[in-house]
Design a protein around this ligand. Structure first.
Ligand SMILES: NC(=O)c1ccc[n+]([C@@H]2O[C@H](COP(=O)([O-])OP(=O)(O)OC[C@H]3O[C@@H](n4cnc5c(N)ncnc54)[C@H](O)[C@@H]3O)[C@@H](O)[C@H]2O)c1
Length: 247
């Protein structure tokens, strides 16, 4: 039997990068996956990849910062699939600037997609999981939320906020059979990090004991573990996936 046989999963920001790799891997492990993203074309491509594996998938255009959008996503998912067992809060953005130059809009946008988006999805899905007395919520934080980064005050605050939210939700929801954990990736090769200047990439690499950038698959494997029965006694934790960058 596969680790996630017949489980129903929702992955946000699944149109590319880490979210897409997570969605495909969950399906490979036996889950049916609702994939959502602000970019419908990307997420339709993810869904078709999943259907080619003979798994059910539904692609939805959702802005996680918009609570009405998120509520509609959870309603559609539970109507079509009956339940939501696993939620992966992956959608995230960066808008880097030095603190003194950072605009209100840059701050608000990153906080509302990354932090409020995670709150919105958790709030919308939790009542369904509580009724079923089962759930796995996995949030994608970042090592930047642990150690900070010059030029990323908004992003670091959003990711540190996700860690606080993870621990609070873990305490609130544990009695209903729901675990809530976070992962903190380091430097993973995706479009998000493609934008980082070459020199900064080299500096990052020097701080990684395993001497290579991570791949989306490196994150996806840990998500499968946290969603599986093998992780049923783990909640409120943050697992770094960073080649040893932060110890
Ligand atoms: N790449 C890294 O090195 C790294 C490191 C640590 C954490 N992370 C986190 O991993 C997650 C995925 O990052 P990635 O590298 O795959 O980035 P990415 O930019 O390649 O993909 C992000 C996805 O989120 C979607 N998205 C953006 N805003 C959205 C919104 N409002 N609603 C719904 N979807 C939205 C995008 O359309 C895109 O498909 C993010 O939360 C990011 O902060 C990435």
């Amino acid at each position: 039997m596969q680790a996630l046989q017949d489980k129903i999963a929702i992955v946000t920001g699944a149109g590319q990068g880490i979210g897409q790799a997570i969605a495909v891997r969950l399906a490979q492990e036996g889950a049916e996956v609702i994939v959502s993203d602000i970019n419908l074309q990307g997420v339709e491509q993810t869904a078709s990849q999943i259907r080619q594996m003979d798994r059910k998938s539904l692609a939805l255009k959702v802005d996680v910062a918009n609570f009405e959008d998120v509520q509609a996503m959870v309603q559609k998912s539970t109507e079509e699939f009956g339940r939501a067992d696993i939620l992966v809060n992956n959608a995230g953005v960066t808008k880097d600037n030095l603190l003194v130059r950072m605009t209100q809009q840059q701050w608000d946008w990153v906080i509302s997609v990354n932090l409020k988006g995670t709150f919105n999805c958790t709030k919308a899905v939790a009542p369904h999981m509580m009724r079923n007395r089962y759930g796995r919520i996995i949030n994608i934080a970042s090592v930047i939320g642990l150690v900070g980064n010059a030029g990323q005050a908004n992003y670091a605050a959003s990711k540190a906020g996700i860690i606080g939210l993870t621990k609070s939700a873990a305490k609130e929801l544990a009695s209903r059979g729901i675990t809530v954990n976070a992962v903190a990736p380091g430097y993973i090769q995706t479009e998000m990090t493609e934008r980082v200047p070459e020199q900064a990439k080299e500096t990052f690499l020097k701080t990684i004991p395993l001497r290579r950038p991570g791949l989306p698959q490196d994150v996806a494997g840990v998500i499968v573990f946290l969603a599986s029965d093998d992780a049923s006694y783990i909640t409120g934790q943050v697992i770094n996936i960073d080649g040893g960058m932060v110890m």
